[in-house]
Design a protein around this ligand. Structure first.
Ligand SMILES: [Zn+2]
Length: 321
């Protein structure tokens, strides 16, 4: 894998320099975005608690510096590591100590498409125990938001609506996503390069990650203009992981260059667009922009949505095998 990269260091240096030139802000007017992080305490549950703490500290430093009112979505099963449980709970509490909000992402991250509805519902309830106690201990009530694992909302409308009724009964507001950037895939390749001490691959993955994030913003902002003739209040999905601990300052700059102000998820959801129907039932875990288009006139060419570079996909597949 590394040989592919080392053949072309000059090309990548040129690209890296090109990236350093500030991109021009796209479109005028106020733009708002709520930033959310999934899979807390950490995307990669195999990381030891001490490293988890270090990654979380770096992430939270950037989030605090940028004054982003983030919601982090928790999988409490990741706390259940013998000998590390209390330390992992303490890492989770760091998000609350930073003044941020925590939401439910289920206990064990099941797919609604491969798990019976009743079991997913039990998993939602199981995922409330520790986080709600942390919230209550700080006089902050209980979790308000729910994020579907894999953004999978049901293979049929019957399952989708039944699950939504269950969530409403437990007083959850569903946390939609309009933009995401496959950071989990880039992160897997990045952390492998980190373990190999391969600085060339690390630099290239970081560069590809930022370039791809920019491309995803370009595409989804265009979709927003096509569907609504304005920039809706977006919701960005990221994951708590090593790559973002390292690259979050650049991701923040990318959004600021594009003219975004950071708002809470609650404020983003005040945009009337979130009242539009979502009648999508199917296998894909997709952006709510796709769902609104699917539920209305279907005017967007979704085949034009950017995919991560083949280089990243190949390396990810090699790691997964
Ligand atoms: Zn997740």
């Amino acid at each position: 894998m590394r040989a592919i990269v080392r053949r072309r260091p000059v090309l990548w240096l040129v690209c890296f320099l090109a990236w350093g030139v500030p991109a021009l802000a796209v479109q005028g007017g106020p733009k708002f975005i709520a930033v959310t992080f999934d899979d807390l305490p950490l995307n990669d549950a195999g990381v030891p608690a001490s490293r988890m703490r270090d990654i979380t500290e770096r992430l939270l430093a950037t989030i605090t510096e940028a004054a982003m009112p983030v919601v982090g979505f928790v999988n409490e099963r990741k706390l259940d590591v013998i000998g590390e449980r209390l330390e992992r709970i303490a890492v989770l509490a760091m998000w609350l100590e930073a003044g941020l909000e925590l939401g439910n992402h289920t206990f064990s991250h099941p797919s609604l498409h491969h798990t019976p509805l009743v079991d997913v519902q039990k998993d939602v309830i199981l995922g409330e125990r520790v986080t709600n106690r942390l919230l209550a201990a700080r006089g902050r009530g209980r979790m308000r938001f729910f994020r579907h694992p894999f953004l999978r909302t049901g293979l049929t409308l019957e399952i989708k609506e039944s699950f939504e009724r269950f969530l409403a009964q437990r007083r959850y507001t569903i946390a939609p996503v309009t933009i995401e950037n496959w950071d989990w895939m880039f992160n897997a390749v990045y952390t492998a390069a980190l373990a190999d001490d391969d600085l060339v691959v690390q630099a290239r993955v970081a560069w590809e990650y930022l370039r791809f994030t920019e491309a995803m913003f370009d595409f989804h902002e265009r979709v927003s203009m096509q569907l609504f003739e304005r920039q809706i209040r977006h919701v960005l999905l990221l994951h708590a992981n090593e790559l973002n601990a390292e690259q979050m300052p650049e991701v923040v700059r990318l959004m600021e260059r594009r003219g975004y102000e950071f708002v809470s998820l609650e404020r983003a959801l005040e945009d009337s667009v979130y009242e539009l129907p979502d009648r999508y039932a199917g296998p894909a875990g997709v952006s709510w922009l796709f769902r609104w288009d699917y539920s209305a006139d279907r005017v967007i060419d979704w085949s034009a949505e950017p995919a991560p570079p083949a280089y990243i996909q190949r390396m990810y597949e090699a790691l997964s095998n």
